[in-house]
Design a binder for this molecule. Sequence first.
Ligand code: SF4
Length: 207
Amino acid sequence: MEAKLPIVEDFHSLQGEGAHTGRSAYFIRLASCKVGCPWCDTKASWSPDQYPQISVLKLAENASKAHSNGAAFVVITGGEPLHHNLDPLCKAIRVNESLPIHIETSGVDPLSGDPDWITLSPKKHAPPTVEILKVCQELKIIIHDNDDLDFAEEIAKKANALTNKKPLMFLQPGWNNHKGQNLTFEYIKKNPEWRMSLQIHKWLKIS
Ligand code: SF4
């Protein structure tokens, strides 16, 4: 039977966050998240039941069309995309295209889909697996408070101890959070191994 996934939305835009900020990308937002971050900006994605199940072949076709229109890579996000087995979706995308596949995950589940780029955005209350910490290319920690900076250092230390290929390290202030913005700004001034990630799509008011 053809694999299907609950989809909140899929769209062609620019990546707004992290290492690939500003690049043309096709986004697939999967429904379902049980991680429960209080400040989550995609709470509407938490429950998969209210979204249509879309076939992975249809999503791969949409990715292919976006690629024809300039998308340089696919971003699979959520919700928490790894609550699902991503093997069928990634396989379908790879059949016809040489599109790199990126995922954005909190890292609480086993890895699937063999993505080309993993943005790990771990949460204090739901730590990531060692497996994901070992292979992620990018760490992105959301900053609201001083505790988040401590958590960022703890996670970076763990990730760096697990692999010789150190991930890029980003601190991203919580959206509209002035304390987080100031803390991030001042911290990176003194700790240049970190970079700031801003959600440019939100600043520009585009999706
Ligand atoms: S892991 Fe992501 S989608 Fe899930 S609650 Fe946290 S911020 Fe929201």
